[in-house]
Write a protein that binds this ligand. Structure first.
Ligand code: GLY
Length: 375
C-alpha cells in the first residue's frame, strides 16, 4: 500500500495530527494502528485539561500545556462543525483541595508561582470550597480554584476525530502492528506491519507506550518510552454530584455530564499488562472517600486501565531525528495526551508541511545530546 503520509498510531495524537494535516491541505493520509483506533491510553484517560493543577513549575512545558488548553474551545467547536459530535468541553473549572496541613503547604507553593506568573488562580477558604461543592469533605482545609482548567469527554473526542477521518478520505487501518520502519539512504520510506509493506513519502510515529518496540530499519529507537499503567474507577450517581473537576494531592474526581464520576488514578510500572486490580480499586475508592465521604455509598460501575507513554524526563518527544529524513515523532505525552493533542497536531503538521522547527526541549535528539537514551 502507498500513501503520501503514513501515521503510525491511531490514538488521540495520531488522529489529531491526521486531521490537522488534512486541514493544512495534505492528502493521501493513512493512519495505521496495532488494534482499533482510539482504544488505548486516549480512551482510558480522564479528559482533564488541567495544566495549572498538574504542572509543578513555570517553564516551557507549562507554557505548551496551557497554550494547548487554550486551543480547546476552537478545537471543540471545529469538531462539532465538521462532525456534528459535541466533545463536551466543560469550562466550569478545577478545584484543587487541601485535606491536610501538608496539602495546604503544597497548595500554597502552587498559588505563589502561579499568582507571580499572572495566571488565573483563586485561593478558597474551607467555607468557600464547601459553598462551591457541598459534597466535599467537612475536613477540607481550603483549596485553589483554577477557572481555566477544564475537562473534555475524551471518548467523544476520539469519536469526533475518527468521524473527521472517515468523512475526509483519511484511511484508518486497524489490526496492523508495525515491526519496523523501512529505511533507504538515511530516509524513512514506509513501514512493515504484519509482514505487509506500507510505502509513504513521510512517516509520523504516534505510537505512545509502544514506540520503543519499533525499529528504524534494524536499529533500536534512539530513546526509550515506557508504559506507566493508570487505573480508573467509575462511580455512578443519578444526578451529577460535583460541578468542577476535583483534584487533591492523592488523586482526582472527574464528574461527567451523564452522572458518572471518574476517580483516578494509579501510576504503575507493569509493562504492557492492562490488568485491573482490586487493590488499586480499593486505593482509589479510599482517595475518593477522603475527598467526599458521600462517595462511600456509591456503586463502582466500571474499572479500567490505560498505559501512559513515559520518557525518562517526563516530557513529550516531538520532532525529527537528526540524520534521518522522512520521519516525525510525536510520543511520550505521559499524563497529558488529551491536553496536548491540539498543539502537538499543529506542531507536527507545520513540521511535515512547511518543515517548521519544533521546540528543541521536546526533540528526540535531546537524549543523544545528553548522551542519555534511557535505554
Ligand atoms: N492526567 C491524569 C493522569 O494521567 O492520571
Amino acid at each position: 500500500m502507498t500513501s503520501e503520509i503514513l501515521i503510525i498510531g491511531g490514538g488521540v495524537i495520531g488522529l489529531s495530527v491526521a486531521r490537522e494535516l488534512h486541514k493544512q491541505g495534505a492528502r493521501g493520509i493513512a493512519v495505521i494502528e496495532r488494534g482499533a483506533c482510539g482504544l488505548e491510553a486516549s480512551w482510558a484517560a480522564g479528559g482533564m485539561l488541567g495544566p495549572q493543577a498538574e504542572t509543578d513549575e513555570a517553564g516551557i512545558f507549562f507554557d505548551v500545556c496551557s497554550n494547548s488548553r487554550d486551543m480547546y474551545p476552537e478545537f471543540a467547536a471545529g469538531l462539532l462543525d465538521e462532525t456534528g459530535i459535541d466533545v463536551e468541553l466543560d469550562r466550569t473549572g478545577t478545584l484543587y483541595l487541601a485535606l491536610s496541613e501538608a496539602d495546604a503547604a503544597r497548595l500554597g507553593e502552587r498559588f505563589s508561582w502561579q499568582a507571580k506568573a499572572g495566571l488565573q488562580v483563586e485561593r478558597l477558604s474551607a467555607d468557600d470550597v464547601r459553598r462551591a461543592e457541598p459534597f466535599v469533605s467537612p475536613d477540607v482545609l481550603g483549596g485553589l480554584l483554577f477557572a481555566n482548567d477544564w475537562q473534555v469527554e475524551n471518548r467523544r473526542l476520539l469519536d469526533a476525530l475518527k468521524t473527521y477521518a472517515k468523512t475526509n478520505g483519511i484511511l484508518l487501518i486497524g489490526n496492523s502492528e508495525v515491526e519496523h520502519l523501512d529505511v533507504e539512504s538515511n530516509a524513512v520510506i514506509g513501514a512493515v506491519a504484519n509482514g505487509e509493506r506500507f510505502n509513504a513519502d513521510h512517516v509520523v510515529l504516534t505510537t505512545g507506550a509502544w514506540t520503543s518496540l519499533i525499529k528504524i530499519g534494524v536499529a533500536d529507537m534512539p530513546f526509550k518510552v515506557e508504559p506507566v499503567r493508570g487505573q480508573m474507577v467509575v462511580l455512578h450517581t443519578a444526578k451529577r454530584l460535583f460541578q468542577h473537576v476535583i483534584y487533591s494531592p492523592g488523586g482526582y474526581l472527574v464528574p461527567r455530564r451523564d452522572g458518572r464520576l471518574l476517580a483516578g488514578s494509579t501510576s504503575e510500572k507493569a509493562g504492557f499488562d492492562h490488568a485491573v486490580t482490586d487493590d488499586a480499586a480499593a486505593g482509589i475508592r479510599r482517595m475518593a472517600n477522603l475527598i467526599a465521604p458521600s462517595t462511600a455509598g456509591l456503586a463502582t460501575v466500571d474499572h479500567w486501565s490505560g498505559l501512559r507513554p513515559f520518557a525518562f524526563d517526563g516530557l513529550p518527544i516531538i520532532g525529527g531525528i537528526d540524520g534521518i529524513d522522512g520521519l516525525t515523532i510525536a510520543t511520550a505525552h505521559y499524563r497529558n495526551g488529551i491536553l496536548l493533542a491540539p498543539i502537538t497536531a499543529k506542531m507536527v503538521a507545520k513540521h511535515v508541511v512547511d518543515n517548521a522547527a519544533i521546540e528543541p526541549a521536546f526533540s528526540p535528539d535531546r537524549f543523544k545530546l545528553r548522551n542519555v537514551t534511557g535505554i
